[in-house]
Design a binder for this molecule. Sequence first.
Ligand SMILES: [Ca+2]
Ligand SMILES: [Ca+2]
Length: 192
Amino acid sequence: MGNSKSSAMSKEILEDLKMHTKFSENELSQWYENFQKTCPTGRITPQEFETIYGRFFPESDAKTYSQHVFRSFDTNDDGTLDFKEYIIALHMTSSGRMERRLEWAFSLFDVDKNGYITKSEVAEICQALFKLIPKEEQDKLPADESTPEKRAEKLWSYFDKKDNERLAEGEFIQGVLENENALRLIQCASMK
Ligand SMILES: [Ca+2]
Ligand SMILES: [Ca+2]
């Protein structure tokens, strides 16, 4: 690189991240260094993300799911993940606080980012989740979860909504908190 400016995190971003996450300045600087190393351009493309993500699911097809995860992390919608988005994502998905993780889950299911989840969005994410389950494990699933369509149907039924109604964030989070099965079904089975 040879450009010293590009290797330092701006004060503004650092302050922002310290405020919005529980990470320390030390941790953030460490991550920034690693991020710059793996990603010299400072931006992760969907293709790079797919490659990174796919390593966690060697026995299944993580492509569609990783695209959804990427979309949920790309908060400014510019088609790439910058360091700030990456750290916020890390914070939300690894947070010990269930509610924070469910806020992220909501953004994952809200495919068109309009602030509501519809039944067809649930169906779309269930399709992607299903592909993460290795073939031999798919065969062992209970009858009412054995296809993406059935899984979506079952999950939607926990929210007490008609097929043409939609879920707001609070309803989604509450519904999942109140029902262990719903919590299980919004996650990928192989990621325990
Ligand atoms: Ca972005
Ligand atoms: Ca939506």
